[in-house]
Design a binder for this molecule. Structure first.
Ligand code: AKB
Length: 313
């Protein structure tokens, strides 16, 4: 049997380092190579790491061949807020890199590819509550446009070339080990750091802005569960809705107050408010639950307890 050898691209981001560790525990540290355009930080330096600019297609293909890679997790992307600073670059980076990975998977006959989509692929006329799997998708950010187009490309490569590509539409991901970079949902990470450091936080979204969110432990679990599922159970090849909780800034603040009673929050909405207002408030992920058995573990209370406990350490 062919040995599994995994490459993570863009592993230096918020999800990458935790996903890398999750994959180490299944496949062993020597069979998982993390890569990023930046030098490895923290835990990534303990395992196998390659500097890689995913826009250099030749270098990517060279690495895939040299290491005999069988699975790629392609996580590199500009997110919703940073994408708006340079829309043409966001389009180029997010789309071309995906096409290189899909082409590599097809040409080199890789076993599987993972690529993340996002709730950003939905838009202002999408039903906002319990957003269905199949519905109107009219993203307004360049990031969301790349996610919607990317979903179509994934399904195209699956149908046309049989590439076993799998994807999840992540909600806002919340972890404490790595800082997020440039998302609209990042307030829900930052708030914990500021609550502990200063007992106060100025939020860039309004108090009642509900968004779908997920604790990093659940995001890693969902990703690995999907990638480990037998191919016949993965019926959606664009991207699966996935969900665990939904809350607004006022709710996360009151949950934090249970642990830090003198914590205060103020609101100063900026350009990210319009982005958040264009996204769903909650997600129907019943297809993920029935097709490959998705179950989440963390809600707002458990997540807050876990994050604050670990950050205090
Ligand atoms: C962002 O806020 O841009 C991301 C996302 C929801 O995909 N966290």
């Amino acid at each position: 049997m062919k040995k599994t050898k995994i490459l993570l691209i863009g592993a230096g981001g918020q999800l990458g380092s935790e996903l890398t560790q999750g994959l180490w525990s299944i496949y062993g540290i020597d069979n998982v190579i993390s890569s990023d355009i930046k030098e490895p930080q923290g835990v990534l330096a303990e395992g196998r790491f390659e500097r890689l600019d995913v826009m250099q297609k030749d270098k990517l293909f060279e690495l895939l061949k040299k290491e005999g890679i069988t699975q790629v997790y392609h996580l590199a992307a500009l997110l919703s807020a940073t994408g708006e600073q340079d829309p043409r670059w966001a389009w180029k980076l997010n789309m071309e890199s995906l096409l290189y990975v899909l082409e590599g998977a097809h040409e080199l006959k890789l076993d599987k590819v993972y690529w993340p989509s996002s709730i950003a692929a939905f838009g202002p006329t999408t039903p906002k509550d319990n957003t269905p799997q199949d519905t109107i998708m009219d993203p307004t950010t360049v990031y969301g446009i790349t996610k919607l187009a990317g979903e179509r490309w994934c399904e195209y490569y699956f149908r046309r070339y049989g590439v076993d590509v799998r994807s999840l539409r992540y909600p806002g991901l919340i972890g404490y080990k790595t800082q997020p970079g440039g998302g609209t949902t990042d307030y829900a990470v930052d708030i914990y750091f500021k609550a502990l450091a200063n007992k106060t936080y100025e939020c860039f979204l309004s108090a009642d802005t509900y968004l779908p969110m997920m604790y990093m432990n659940d995001a890693v679990k969902a990703t690995i569960d999907l990638m480990e599922a037998p191919a016949e159970k993965v019926k959606i090849r664009s991207s699966y809705n996935i969900s665990s909780m939904s809350f607004c800034p006022a709710q996360i603040a009151s949950t934090i107050k249970k642990h830090i009673p003198d914590f205060t929050i103020t609101y100063q909405p900026d350009f990210r408010q319009a982005i958040a207002d264009s996204w769903p408030k909650s997600i129907d992920d019943s297809r993920a639950r029935t097709d490959w058995g998705w179950q989440h573990q963390f809600g707002l209370e458990q997540m807050t307890e876990d994050i604050l406990k670990n950050l205090k350490k």
